[in-house]
Write a protein that binds this ligand. Structure first.
Ligand SMILES: Cc1ncc(COP(=O)(O)O)c(C=O)c1O
Length: 351
Protein backbone atom coordinates (compact mmCIF):
# COMPACT_ATOMS: atom_id res chain seq x y z
CA UNK A 1 0.00 0.00 0.00
CA UNK A 2 1.25 3.52 -0.77
CA UNK A 3 1.90 6.08 1.99
CA UNK A 4 -0.94 8.11 0.45
CA UNK A 5 -3.42 5.23 0.74
CA UNK A 6 -2.23 4.42 4.27
CA UNK A 7 -3.37 7.90 5.38
CA UNK A 8 -6.52 8.09 3.26
CA UNK A 9 -7.90 4.61 2.69
CA UNK A 10 -10.27 5.68 -0.12
CA UNK A 11 -7.23 6.51 -2.26
CA UNK A 12 -6.16 2.84 -2.37
CA UNK A 13 -8.59 2.44 -5.30
CA UNK A 14 -6.71 4.93 -7.52
CA UNK A 15 -5.50 3.00 -10.61
CA UNK A 16 -1.74 2.61 -10.27
CA UNK A 17 1.01 0.26 -11.45
CA UNK A 18 3.86 -0.07 -8.94
CA UNK A 19 7.08 0.54 -10.87
CA UNK A 20 9.04 2.77 -8.47
CA UNK A 21 11.38 1.81 -5.65
CA UNK A 22 10.00 3.84 -2.72
CA UNK A 23 10.59 5.62 -0.42
CA UNK A 24 13.61 7.39 -1.92
CA UNK A 25 16.34 8.25 0.60
CA UNK A 26 17.14 11.67 2.09
CA UNK A 27 20.78 12.64 2.69
CA UNK A 28 22.83 15.59 3.91
CA UNK A 29 24.93 17.36 1.24
CA UNK A 30 28.15 18.18 3.11
CA UNK A 31 29.88 20.23 0.41
CA UNK A 32 26.81 22.22 -0.59
CA UNK A 33 26.09 22.88 3.10
CA UNK A 34 29.60 24.13 3.73
CA UNK A 35 29.66 26.38 0.64
CA UNK A 36 26.25 27.94 1.33
CA UNK A 37 26.47 28.03 5.17
CA UNK A 38 23.03 26.39 5.16
CA UNK A 39 22.05 22.88 6.30
CA UNK A 40 21.32 21.39 2.87
CA UNK A 41 19.66 18.00 2.40
CA UNK A 42 18.66 16.18 -0.77
CA UNK A 43 15.65 13.98 -1.57
CA UNK A 44 17.12 11.33 -3.89
CA UNK A 45 14.40 10.92 -6.52
CA UNK A 46 17.21 10.06 -8.93
CA UNK A 47 16.82 6.60 -7.33
CA UNK A 48 13.13 5.99 -8.11
CA UNK A 49 14.13 3.04 -10.30
CA UNK A 50 17.35 1.22 -11.25
CA UNK A 51 16.02 1.04 -14.85
CA UNK A 52 15.61 4.80 -15.17
CA UNK A 53 14.99 7.08 -12.19
CA UNK A 54 13.97 10.70 -11.73
CA UNK A 55 10.59 12.33 -11.25
CA UNK A 56 8.86 10.74 -14.27
CA UNK A 57 8.72 7.30 -12.67
CA UNK A 58 6.39 8.46 -9.90
CA UNK A 59 4.07 10.11 -12.45
CA UNK A 60 4.07 7.02 -14.68
CA UNK A 61 2.85 4.82 -11.83
CA UNK A 62 -0.50 6.63 -12.01
CA UNK A 63 -0.47 7.36 -15.77
CA UNK A 64 0.14 3.73 -16.74
CA UNK A 65 -2.40 2.60 -14.15
CA UNK A 66 -5.01 4.96 -15.64
CA UNK A 67 -4.14 3.91 -19.20
CA UNK A 68 -4.59 0.24 -18.32
CA UNK A 69 -7.82 0.90 -16.39
CA UNK A 70 -9.20 2.60 -19.53
CA UNK A 71 -8.29 -0.37 -21.73
CA UNK A 72 -5.55 1.43 -23.70
CA UNK A 73 -2.94 -0.58 -25.61
CA UNK A 74 -0.90 2.34 -26.98
CA UNK A 75 0.65 5.45 -25.38
CA UNK A 76 1.16 8.72 -27.20
CA UNK A 77 3.33 11.30 -25.49
CA UNK A 78 5.27 14.45 -26.39
CA UNK A 79 8.50 16.16 -25.47
CA UNK A 80 11.66 17.81 -26.67
CA UNK A 81 14.08 15.55 -28.55
CA UNK A 82 16.16 14.95 -25.39
CA UNK A 83 13.14 14.53 -23.11
CA UNK A 84 13.60 12.50 -19.91
CA UNK A 85 9.85 12.06 -19.79
CA UNK A 86 9.69 10.52 -23.27
CA UNK A 87 12.47 8.07 -22.42
CA UNK A 88 10.86 7.07 -19.12
CA UNK A 89 7.53 6.54 -20.92
CA UNK A 90 9.24 4.50 -23.65
CA UNK A 91 10.99 2.25 -21.11
CA UNK A 92 8.20 1.67 -18.57
CA UNK A 93 5.41 1.75 -21.17
CA UNK A 94 7.09 -1.05 -23.15
CA UNK A 95 7.77 -3.02 -19.97
CA UNK A 96 4.05 -2.88 -19.13
CA UNK A 97 3.06 -4.06 -22.61
CA UNK A 98 2.07 -0.77 -24.31
CA UNK A 99 3.17 0.38 -27.77
CA UNK A 100 4.76 3.81 -27.27
CA UNK A 101 4.67 6.71 -29.75
CA UNK A 102 6.37 10.05 -29.07
CA UNK A 103 5.91 13.34 -30.92
CA UNK A 104 9.24 15.14 -30.58
CA UNK A 105 9.98 18.86 -30.87
CA UNK A 106 13.26 20.83 -31.08
CA UNK A 107 15.68 21.57 -28.22
CA UNK A 108 19.02 23.44 -27.95
CA UNK A 109 21.81 21.00 -28.86
CA UNK A 110 23.85 19.85 -25.87
CA UNK A 111 25.84 16.87 -24.65
CA UNK A 112 23.63 13.75 -24.65
CA UNK A 113 20.50 15.39 -26.13
CA UNK A 114 20.44 13.01 -29.09
CA UNK A 115 21.46 10.07 -26.90
CA UNK A 116 18.01 10.27 -25.35
CA UNK A 117 16.35 9.90 -28.76
CA UNK A 118 18.63 6.93 -29.50
CA UNK A 119 17.58 5.37 -26.19
CA UNK A 120 13.90 5.99 -27.05
CA UNK A 121 14.43 3.91 -30.19
CA UNK A 122 16.32 1.22 -28.30
CA UNK A 123 13.37 1.01 -25.90
CA UNK A 124 11.11 0.32 -28.90
CA UNK A 125 9.33 3.69 -29.17
CA UNK A 126 8.15 5.08 -32.53
CA UNK A 127 9.31 8.70 -32.95
CA UNK A 128 7.39 11.42 -34.82
CA UNK A 129 9.55 14.56 -35.21
CA UNK A 130 7.89 17.95 -35.78
CA UNK A 131 9.96 21.07 -36.56
CA UNK A 132 8.11 23.34 -34.10
CA UNK A 133 6.22 22.92 -30.81
CA UNK A 134 3.30 24.82 -32.35
CA UNK A 135 2.67 21.71 -34.48
CA UNK A 136 2.64 19.24 -31.59
CA UNK A 137 -1.13 19.31 -30.80
CA UNK A 138 -1.99 18.69 -34.48
CA UNK A 139 0.54 15.88 -34.76
CA UNK A 140 -0.79 14.22 -31.59
CA UNK A 141 -4.40 14.36 -32.75
CA UNK A 142 -3.59 13.14 -36.25
CA UNK A 143 -1.60 10.26 -34.78
CA UNK A 144 -4.37 9.34 -32.32
CA UNK A 145 -6.89 9.33 -35.18
CA UNK A 146 -4.67 7.12 -37.34
CA UNK A 147 -4.09 4.66 -34.51
CA UNK A 148 -7.82 4.46 -33.73
CA UNK A 149 -8.52 3.75 -37.42
CA UNK A 150 -6.03 0.88 -37.14
CA UNK A 151 -8.07 -0.55 -34.27
CA UNK A 152 -5.75 0.62 -31.47
CA UNK A 153 -6.82 2.30 -28.22
CA UNK A 154 -4.39 5.15 -27.57
CA UNK A 155 -3.92 7.00 -24.27
CA UNK A 156 -2.46 10.50 -24.56
CA UNK A 157 0.08 11.59 -21.94
CA UNK A 158 0.79 15.35 -22.03
CA UNK A 159 4.31 16.79 -21.98
CA UNK A 160 6.20 15.98 -18.78
CA UNK A 161 3.37 13.67 -17.68
CA UNK A 162 1.84 16.64 -15.85
CA UNK A 163 -1.84 15.79 -16.12
CA UNK A 164 -4.10 15.63 -13.05
CA UNK A 165 -3.36 11.89 -13.12
CA UNK A 166 0.44 12.07 -13.46
CA UNK A 167 0.75 14.72 -10.75
CA UNK A 168 -0.74 12.24 -8.26
CA UNK A 169 2.71 10.65 -8.21
CA UNK A 170 4.04 13.80 -6.57
CA UNK A 171 1.16 14.04 -4.10
CA UNK A 172 2.34 10.58 -3.06
CA UNK A 173 5.93 11.91 -2.95
CA UNK A 174 4.92 14.86 -0.73
CA UNK A 175 3.22 12.47 1.69
CA UNK A 176 6.33 10.24 1.62
CA UNK A 177 8.58 13.20 2.53
CA UNK A 178 6.17 14.22 5.31
CA UNK A 179 6.50 10.70 6.76
CA UNK A 180 10.31 11.01 6.64
CA UNK A 181 10.06 14.35 8.49
CA UNK A 182 7.78 12.78 11.11
CA UNK A 183 10.37 10.00 11.54
CA UNK A 184 13.09 12.70 11.93
CA UNK A 185 15.09 11.31 9.03
CA UNK A 186 16.03 14.93 8.20
CA UNK A 187 15.64 18.35 9.86
CA UNK A 188 12.42 20.28 9.09
CA UNK A 189 13.39 22.40 6.04
CA UNK A 190 12.40 26.06 5.82
CA UNK A 191 12.23 25.72 2.04
CA UNK A 192 12.04 22.86 -0.45
CA UNK A 193 13.51 23.57 -3.89
CA UNK A 194 12.02 21.79 -6.92
CA UNK A 195 12.38 22.29 -10.67
CA UNK A 196 9.34 23.85 -12.35
CA UNK A 197 9.04 22.54 -15.91
CA UNK A 198 5.50 21.49 -16.82
CA UNK A 199 4.36 21.85 -13.20
CA UNK A 200 3.16 18.39 -12.15
CA UNK A 201 6.05 17.84 -9.77
CA UNK A 202 5.60 21.13 -7.89
CA UNK A 203 1.78 21.02 -7.86
CA UNK A 204 1.66 17.43 -6.61
CA UNK A 205 4.37 17.87 -3.97
CA UNK A 206 2.76 21.07 -2.65
CA UNK A 207 -0.58 19.25 -2.26
CA UNK A 208 0.93 16.21 -0.54
CA UNK A 209 3.02 18.33 1.84
CA UNK A 210 0.20 20.72 2.75
CA UNK A 211 -2.21 17.81 3.31
CA UNK A 212 0.24 16.43 5.89
CA UNK A 213 0.78 19.77 7.66
CA UNK A 214 4.33 20.44 6.42
CA UNK A 215 4.77 24.23 6.55
CA UNK A 216 7.95 24.62 4.46
CA UNK A 217 7.94 27.05 1.55
CA UNK A 218 7.89 25.20 -1.81
CA UNK A 219 10.29 27.07 -4.09
CA UNK A 220 9.48 26.29 -7.73
CA UNK A 221 12.59 27.12 -9.74
CA UNK A 222 11.23 27.88 -13.18
CA UNK A 223 13.36 26.41 -16.00
CA UNK A 224 10.82 26.74 -18.84
CA UNK A 225 8.95 29.56 -20.56
CA UNK A 226 6.52 31.51 -18.32
CA UNK A 227 3.73 30.76 -20.82
CA UNK A 228 4.06 27.08 -19.83
CA UNK A 229 5.00 27.30 -16.16
CA UNK A 230 3.12 29.93 -14.18
CA UNK A 231 0.93 30.41 -11.11
CA UNK A 232 -2.31 30.13 -13.11
CA UNK A 233 -1.35 26.73 -14.54
CA UNK A 234 -0.18 25.56 -11.09
CA UNK A 235 -3.41 26.80 -9.52
CA UNK A 236 -5.54 24.87 -12.02
CA UNK A 237 -3.60 21.66 -11.43
CA UNK A 238 -3.61 22.01 -7.62
CA UNK A 239 -7.39 22.57 -7.58
CA UNK A 240 -7.97 19.61 -9.92
CA UNK A 241 -5.80 17.36 -7.74
CA UNK A 242 -7.51 18.29 -4.49
CA UNK A 243 -10.97 17.91 -6.10
CA UNK A 244 -10.07 14.47 -7.49
CA UNK A 245 -8.60 13.29 -4.18
CA UNK A 246 -11.59 14.54 -2.16
CA UNK A 247 -13.96 12.86 -4.62
CA UNK A 248 -12.21 9.55 -3.85
CA UNK A 249 -11.88 10.13 -0.09
CA UNK A 250 -13.81 12.98 1.51
CA UNK A 251 -11.43 12.93 4.48
CA UNK A 252 -8.64 14.27 2.24
CA UNK A 253 -8.28 17.88 3.50
CA UNK A 254 -9.47 20.85 1.46
CA UNK A 255 -6.03 22.44 1.17
CA UNK A 256 -5.82 23.77 -2.41
CA UNK A 257 -5.49 27.40 -1.28
CA UNK A 258 -3.07 26.53 1.49
CA UNK A 259 -0.89 24.50 -0.91
CA UNK A 260 -0.83 27.36 -3.43
CA UNK A 261 0.05 29.90 -0.76
CA UNK A 262 3.17 27.87 0.09
CA UNK A 263 4.49 27.93 -3.52
CA UNK A 264 6.91 30.68 -4.56
CA UNK A 265 8.09 30.77 -8.18
CA UNK A 266 11.79 31.61 -8.51
CA UNK A 267 12.19 32.94 -12.07
CA UNK A 268 15.77 34.25 -11.97
CA UNK A 269 17.58 31.01 -12.85
CA UNK A 270 16.12 30.55 -16.36
CA UNK A 271 18.74 32.78 -18.00
CA UNK A 272 18.52 32.93 -21.80
CA UNK A 273 15.86 30.23 -21.90
CA UNK A 274 14.98 26.54 -21.67
CA UNK A 275 18.03 24.33 -22.01
CA UNK A 276 20.51 27.22 -22.18
CA UNK A 277 23.15 26.83 -19.42
CA UNK A 278 23.82 29.71 -16.99
CA UNK A 279 26.93 30.50 -14.92
CA UNK A 280 25.03 29.96 -11.65
CA UNK A 281 23.87 26.53 -12.88
CA UNK A 282 27.45 25.57 -13.83
CA UNK A 283 28.60 26.62 -10.35
CA UNK A 284 25.83 24.59 -8.66
CA UNK A 285 26.69 21.61 -10.87
CA UNK A 286 30.31 21.74 -9.68
CA UNK A 287 29.27 21.93 -6.01
CA UNK A 288 26.90 18.96 -6.22
CA UNK A 289 29.49 16.82 -7.98
CA UNK A 290 31.75 17.01 -4.91
CA UNK A 291 28.84 15.52 -2.94
CA UNK A 292 28.48 12.76 -5.57
CA UNK A 293 25.30 14.12 -7.17
CA UNK A 294 25.37 14.56 -10.98
CA UNK A 295 23.18 17.37 -12.31
CA UNK A 296 22.45 18.69 -15.82
CA UNK A 297 22.05 22.34 -16.76
CA UNK A 298 18.45 22.26 -18.12
CA UNK A 299 16.55 21.41 -14.91
CA UNK A 300 18.50 20.30 -11.90
CA UNK A 301 21.57 22.57 -11.85
CA UNK A 302 19.30 25.60 -12.28
CA UNK A 303 17.20 24.33 -9.37
CA UNK A 304 20.18 23.89 -7.07
CA UNK A 305 21.36 27.35 -8.19
CA UNK A 306 18.01 28.67 -6.91
CA UNK A 307 18.72 27.05 -3.55
CA UNK A 308 22.22 28.59 -3.42
CA UNK A 309 20.67 32.02 -4.11
CA UNK A 310 18.03 31.44 -1.42
CA UNK A 311 20.58 30.30 1.18
CA UNK A 312 22.42 33.62 0.86
CA UNK A 313 19.32 35.46 2.15
CA UNK A 314 18.78 33.25 5.22
CA UNK A 315 20.50 32.94 8.63
CA UNK A 316 23.44 30.48 8.77
CA UNK A 317 22.53 26.81 9.26
CA UNK A 318 18.97 27.21 7.95
CA UNK A 319 17.73 23.75 6.88
CA UNK A 320 16.90 23.63 3.16
CA UNK A 321 15.97 20.69 0.93
CA UNK A 322 16.96 20.20 -2.69
CA UNK A 323 14.66 17.71 -4.43
CA UNK A 324 16.75 15.84 -7.01
CA UNK A 325 14.58 14.84 -9.99
CA UNK A 326 17.12 13.60 -12.56
CA UNK A 327 17.73 9.89 -13.19
CA UNK A 328 21.15 8.65 -12.12
CA UNK A 329 20.70 5.26 -13.85
CA UNK A 330 23.50 4.24 -16.21
CA UNK A 331 22.25 4.45 -19.80
CA UNK A 332 25.33 2.75 -21.25
CA UNK A 333 23.69 -0.69 -21.72
CA UNK A 334 20.70 0.90 -23.47
CA UNK A 335 22.95 3.04 -25.67
CA UNK A 336 24.98 -0.04 -26.57
CA UNK A 337 21.94 -1.55 -28.29
CA UNK A 338 20.67 1.76 -29.72
CA UNK A 339 20.99 2.57 -33.45
CA UNK A 340 24.09 4.70 -34.06
CA UNK A 341 22.43 7.01 -36.54
CA UNK A 342 19.08 8.72 -36.02
CA UNK A 343 16.59 9.46 -38.80
CA UNK A 344 17.62 12.85 -40.26
CA UNK A 345 14.41 14.64 -39.17
CA UNK A 346 14.99 13.54 -35.55
CA UNK A 347 18.68 14.50 -35.50
CA UNK A 348 17.75 17.93 -36.93
CA UNK A 349 15.72 18.69 -33.78
CA UNK A 350 18.90 19.36 -31.73
CA UNK A 351 19.71 22.93 -32.80
C1 LIG B 1 15.13 16.07 -14.59
C2 LIG B 1 13.87 16.84 -14.50
N1 LIG B 1 13.60 17.51 -13.38
C3 LIG B 1 12.47 18.24 -13.25
C4 LIG B 1 11.55 18.32 -14.28
C5 LIG B 1 10.34 19.20 -14.10
O1 LIG B 1 9.20 18.49 -13.74
P1 LIG B 1 7.78 19.01 -14.17
O2 LIG B 1 7.69 18.91 -15.65
O3 LIG B 1 6.84 18.14 -13.44
O4 LIG B 1 7.65 20.45 -13.74
C6 LIG B 1 11.77 17.61 -15.46
C7 LIG B 1 10.79 17.67 -16.57
O5 LIG B 1 10.97 17.19 -17.64
C8 LIG B 1 12.96 16.85 -15.57
O6 LIG B 1 13.24 16.16 -16.70
Amino acid sequence: MTTLAERWKGLAALPRIAIATLPTPVERLAQVSESTSAEVWVKRDDLTSPTYGGNKVRKLEYLLGDARARGADTLITVGAVGSHHVLATALFGAREGFDVHAVLGPQPAGPQVLDYARCDLAAGATLHPVPSFALVPFAVHALALRLRMQGRTPYIIPGGGSSRVGALGYVEAGVELAAQLEARALPEPRAIHLALGTGGTVAGAAVGLAACGVTAEVVAVRVTDPALANKVALSRLVHQLVADLRARDERFPDIAHLALSRIRIEARELGQGYGVPTDTARFADGLARVDGIALETTYTAKTLAGLVRDAATRPPRTPLLYWHTLSSADLTPLLARAPLALPRAVAALAR
